[in-house]
Unconditional design. Sequence first.
Length: 121
Amino acid sequence: MNFEQSQQYIMSKPEVVENFPFGSDVRVYKVKHKMFATLSMGKNSEHYWLNLKCDPQEALLLRDAFPSIIPGYHMNKKHWNTLILDGTIPEEEVQRLIHNSYMLVVSCMTDDNRQAIEAQL
């Protein structure tokens, strides 16, 4: 999955807003003002890096399974992973991880907000 595909899939989620609080080179994606993803050119890399929230136990398993999944760059490494979008992670897996990150944030919202978003899925 490349930059454009990742961005398009992220933006397809209900009520997602893209902004740039860290400068024009880091895209931050939020749902109801809560961040669930960032997308930027990787440090010293020709590939984009996608930061996603993740269950801590699954985060460790993913890092073992995929060399291009590393602890969250500039994030809480227990709860975030960085996916290096170099084509080695299957597209379906990247989509699953984006969806999981989104749903982790949605699941912590107030009942009204959560139910309104879930009704759009």
